[in-house]
Write a protein that binds this ligand. Structure first.
Ligand SMILES: Nc1ncnc2c1ncn2[C@@H]1O[C@H](COP(=O)(O)OP(=O)(O)OP(=O)(O)O)[C@@H](O)[C@H]1O
Ligand SMILES: [Mg+2]
Length: 271
C-alpha cells in the first residue's frame, strides 16, 4: 500500500495564543515495502507528520491518499489497522497486567477469534525477541523490554505500514541494534516501515529513502546517498569523513552507513 501526503498543512490550536503551524505544505509518499527514514531537529514536525499517516491528526489543509483514494473516505478502524502507529515512548501506554495480554489487545479488538489472536500475539512477541517475557507483568520489565512489548502490540495488528516514532530513543546500543534488525526483518517480509529518528547513522543504516524535515517543511528527500552527498551539512559524521577522503580517492565511492564507510575505507587501504 502507498500513502501520499499532498500539500499537507497542520495548525495546532488555531485562533488561540498557542497557535502553532507544525506542517507547512508537506508532500511526501511512503512506497510499498520500503523503509522511509524521517529525520530532523526537535520541533521540526516529525511526530506531527507521522500522526497524519493514519489520520490520527487531520490535515488543516491538503490531502492524505491511500493507494490513490482520499484516506478520509476509509473507515477509521480500517485505516488504523493497516497503518500501525507507535508513538514516542509507547511504553507509557502499556496497561494490561501481562505482556501477552497487552499485545493481544489490538487483535482482539479487531474481532479475531482466540486462535488467531494467540497466533498473532506469539508471532509479534517472537519478532521483537520477547517471547520469553509473555507472562511477565508489564511493570516488571526493563525500559527496553517495555518498548519492545509496546511495539509488539501494534505489530500484532499486522499493519501494512508500521510507523515508529523514535523507537530507539533512550535505548542502549545493543537494544538499538536489535530494533534495527526488527525493522530490516519487517521490510524483508514486505511491511513498509516509517522510521522517525534523530540519529542519522541509524536511519542511514536501514532506510531506502530519507526525508529531512526542517521548520515543518521537507528540506530534502531521496535515497540516503542523494540526501547526504547532495548536502553534506545533512550527513552524519562518517559520511562527511568519507566525502573528504573521496576528494583525493574517488575510488571510495559514496558510502552512507558506518559499516559501509568502514568497508569502503578498508578496501581502499587494502588496494
Ligand atoms: N499538541 C500540540 N499543541 C500545540 N503545538 C504542538 C503540539 N504538538 C506539537 N506542537 C508543536 O508543533 C511543532 C512540531 O512538533 P512535533 O512534535 O511534530 O516535532 P518533532 O519533530 O516530532 O520534535 P521531537 O524531535 O522533539 O519529537 C513544535 O513547534 C511543537 O511545539
Ligand atoms: Mg517527535
Amino acid at each position: 500500500m502507498r500513502i501520499s501526503l499532498e500539500d499537507v498543512w497542520h495548525v495546532y490550536s488555531p485562533g488561540t495564543a498557542f497557535e502553532t503551524v507544525a506542517l507547512r505544505g508537506v508532500s511526501l509518499s511512503v512506497e510499498p515495502g520500503e523503509v522511509l527514514g524521517i529525520v530532523g531537529g526537535t520541533g521540526s514536525g516529525k511526530s506531527t507528520l507521522a500522526a497524519h499517516l493514519n489520520l490520527l491528526l487531520r490535515p488543516t489543509s491538503g490531502r492524505v491518499l491511500v493507494d490513490g483514494r482520499d484516506a478520509l473516505a476509509l473507515r477509521k478502524s480500517e485505516l488504523r489497522r493497516r497503518v500501525g502507529l507507535v508513538f514516542q515512548f509507547p511504553e507509557q501506554a502499556l496497561f494490561a497486567p501481562s505482556v501477552e495480554e497487552d499485545v493481544a489487545f489490538a487483535p482482539r479488538q479487531m474481532g479475531l477469534g482466540p486462535e488467531a489472536v494467540e497466533e498473532r500475539t506469539a508471532a509479534a512477541l517472537g519478532v521483537l525477541g520477547i517471547a520469553h517475557l509473555a507472562r511477565r507483568p508489564t511493570r516488571a520489565l526493563s525500559g527496553g523490554e517495555q518498548r519492545r512489548a509496546a511495539i509488539a502490540g501494534t505489530l500484532a495488528m499486522r499493519p501494512q505500514v508500521l510507523v515508529l516514532d523514535e523507537p530507539t530513543a533512550g535505548l542502549d546500543p545493543f537494544s538499538r541494534r536489535e530494533l534495527l534488525g526488527v525493522v530490516r526483518r519487517l521490510r524483508e517480509e514486505g511491511t513498509s516501515v516509517v522510521l522517525v529518528s534523530h540519529d542519522l547513522d541509524e536511519v542511514a543504516e536501514v532506510s531506502d529513502r530519507l526525508c529531512v524535515m526542517e521548520g515543518g517543511a521537507v528540506r530534502a528527500e531521496g535515497t540516503p546517498e542523494e540526501v547526504f552527498y547532495g548536502e553534506l551539512a545533512l550527513a552524519p559524521t562518517t559520511v562527511r569523513v568519507a566525502a573528504r577522503v573521496r576528494e583525493s580517492a574517488p575510488g571510495l565511492g559514496r558510502p552512507v552507513s558506518y559499516d559501509e564507510t568502514l568497508r569502503s575505507l578498508r578496501a581502499l587501504i587494502g588496494g
